[in-house]
Design a protein around this ligand. Structure first.
Ligand SMILES: CC(C)(COP(=O)(O)OP(=O)(O)OC[C@H]1O[C@@H](n2cnc3c(N)ncnc32)[C@H](O)[C@@H]1OP(=O)(O)O)[C@@H](O)C(=O)NCCC(=O)NCCS
Length: 257
């Protein structure tokens, strides 16, 4: 089974100018006043377009990227257009601390259905976080293992990836889905996980990996092979968290200085 395709890059690779954005993306960008949200929006567009360009064997020059649009349904779930026509592929986008990852399932793949990806930093989480956002079973598992920073963020990430598959995001209670994690890591760095939706009992398979400061999770609709890196995939394992927006939190209005 060939798994979905993933691609990572950092905010230092966001192209200059706006030629690489589709018209609807430029309109959305113009409405964003806060630097953090603006940078994240651009970073997710950059990673998504490069992934789509790699899947379709297109170049990733600004003109080609401008033909690709990473747009959103009213739910917030992303979809892709090329020259204005919706592409038959599943996509999911995520970013954290200046780095972003795109996940793509091209048309014609054996395993169908939406995909979800989520990137988190391995950072301290309080016991309050564990008790408020995890199920009782997950919280007990985290406490028993005694590595809260890794495990709490891993479970949180897998929940977000699953809620992206379900297209609801954090409108849903994070305790409505329960994550089970395996520890045996394959040669490619991925280990298996599954997410069970409490109410329906539906099970969603997935994968996770620890790359340096980050934990990355992928959830799919049907069983699938581990994610495959696209050509040009960035080295997340060596990536340092970036918080560049702190230098200028609000975007300066355009015009004379
Ligand atoms: C999905 C969600 C949990 C991700 O938040 P996050 O972890 O802070 O951010 P990430 O970087 O990991 O993911 C952001 C991406 O998730 C995707 N996303 C947003 N809502 C989604 C949904 N309902 N289903 C699937 N994917 C979704 C988008 O691609 C978004 O990036 P983009 O807006 O630039 O296209 C959060 O955005 C959410 O709960 N959204 C739904 C509620 C909401 O506020 N919707 C606004 C309607 S536009």
């Amino acid at each position: 089974m060939t798994g979905p395709l993933w691609y990572a890059c950092g905010e230092d690779t966001i192209p200059a100018g706006e030629d690489w954005l589709a018209a609807l993306e430029r309109e959305r960008l113009a409405q964003i006043r806060f630097t953090k949200r603006r940078t994240e929006f651009l970073l997710r567009r950059a990673v998504g377009k490069r992934a789509v360009a790699a899947v379709l064997s297109l170049g990733d020059d600004p003109a080609t990227c401008g033909r690709i649009g990473m747009l959103n349904h009213p739910s917030g779930a992303p979809y892709v257009v090329l020259d204005g026509a919706v592409l038959d592929l599943e996509v999911s986008l995520t970013d954290r601390a200046g780095h972003a990852v795109a996940l793509i399932r091209p048309a014609g793949s054996q395993a169908r259905g939406p995909v979800g990806i989520d990137l988190e930093l391995v950072e301290e989480r309080t016991i309050g976080f564990v008790e408020d956002f995890l199920t009782a079973g997950e919280a007990a598992w985290v406490r028993a293992r005694g590595q809260v920073a890794v495990d709490a963020n891993l479970l949180w990430s897998a929940k977000e990836a699953a809620l992206k598959v379900l297209k609801v995001g954090l409108r849903a209670d994070t305790r409505s889905v329960e994550v089970r994690v395996q520890d045996s890591v394959g040669p490619d760095g991925w280990a298996a996980l599954e997410v069970v939706q409490g109410e329906s009992g539906a099970t969603f398979p997935g994968w996770w990996r620890r790359d340096g400061h980050f934990v990355l999770t992928v959830v799919t609709t049907h069983p699938d092979g581990p994610p495959q890196a696209l050509p040009g995939n960035g080295n997340l394992a060596a990536a340092e968290p970036i918080h560049s927006w702190l230098a200028e939190p609000v975007v300066r209005p355009a015009g004379p200085n």
